[in-house]
Design a protein around this ligand. Sequence first.
Ligand code: SF4
Ligand code: SF4
Length: 462
Amino acid sequence: MDSVTQIKEYGIVGAGGAGFPTHVKLGSQAEIVIVNAAECEPMLHKDKEILKQRTDIFFRGLTALIAATGAKTCIIGIKEKHHTLIEMLNTKSGDNIKVVPIRDFYPAGDEITLIYETTGRVIEAGKLPITQGVIVNNVETIYNIGAEKPVTTKFLNFAGEVKKRVTVEVPLGISFRELIDFAEPLIDDYVLLVGGPMMGKLVDDLDEVVTKTTAALILLPPDHCLVRHYRVMASESAVNKIGKSACDQCTMCTELCPRYLLGHPVQPHKAMMSLVFTDETGETTEPGTHALSCCECNLCSFVSCPEGLYPSTVTVNTKRKAMLKKLSYEGEPLNRAHALADYRRTPSRRLKNMLDLNRYPDEGPLVEFDRKPATLKILLHQHIGAPATPLVKEGDLVTVEQKVATPGKNLGAEIHSPVNGRVERVTDTFIQICCVEQSCVEQSCVEQKQNCCVEQNKIGGQ
Ligand code: SF4
Ligand code: SF4
């Protein structure tokens, strides 16, 4: 089996948040491979911890990635402030692997921005990096290639109002409730933000579970400014109403937009202006195809707009509508960096101040996760593409790393069991597996000995 097919079999997807199936990305030959180690959102730490503590597996994955793509050059793009880590990476890197320190700003980890920062190349609006010979992969994705086994765990870190501000490697399908209990909340009344502060989402249902793209669990007090922002942004009508009446078209949102600064057509102030041009149903009449190059970083809402409006929400909604209508941008984007691009970056330190995050220690050392969950709920849609189709039925016994769902010929990713156990439920959206040690043996299986995992298969715990 060639390495790209093996990566497909392992169910590896972009672990940086996108969830794009990695084998599809590696289906093309590239001139340059870039490792996205920017980890630009405040309070995220998992990638640095993987580089520090799982170094050999990461480099094994990187070597395989370079071989699979035929790349002549590999660049590791990492924030210049991580001096010790950069020194360590330099000692491990060969002739074809270069560590490129980048400035500490947001969103340095945006793929198009990272390519510009590390190579000086500007990827044309609407084009994929591979059209200019570049492939970008996140640290954890490369680690998963180096691990040479199916993806059944996820690295994530806890931040905010918790005692344990640490990074852990946890089984896919474990509930947020169980993880929060492990992290030890410091306040009773908290709101959960899943993902980074800038691009995360508020989650009210703590029984939601970890997927292949979960990066962090951040606990915040209900009156925190980020909670207020995300609550307002959840309502399109509220955002539009405020935007329509209060936007003075100062264009600050556009002037500081990272994609606009790289010559892409997106102009959030135009999306805001379009709110006043609507048809009889209230829908905007301006197609807004410029919004297709928005990377959804939220910088324009959380930092740039002096009026405290939400141009990112308006722009992203405009983008979604243009995508649904299958529209494309027909103008002539500049596709070259703005003369002031290098001077209009948003420093991470300023961002943390503005988001009131400096009150929390910014740390996340990798520690062992010593809990064994009783059940795991494995989602069938953890990636870009079609949901996977279950290969197991209720009552089946499964072993750790056994494939339990497949996308077949569709774009998607294979899914494997993180544990030895018994399939409890199969639905259109998830497979629930009870783990052998706690539930099967102690409760149900001993009562049905002929089907007992331990009796039949001599399966131990994880
Ligand atoms: S920065 Fe705010 S007020 Fe200025 S144009 Fe953008 S949305 Fe309008
Ligand atoms: S969210 Fe705002 S700042 Fe970010 S790319 Fe989109 S329009 Fe630009």
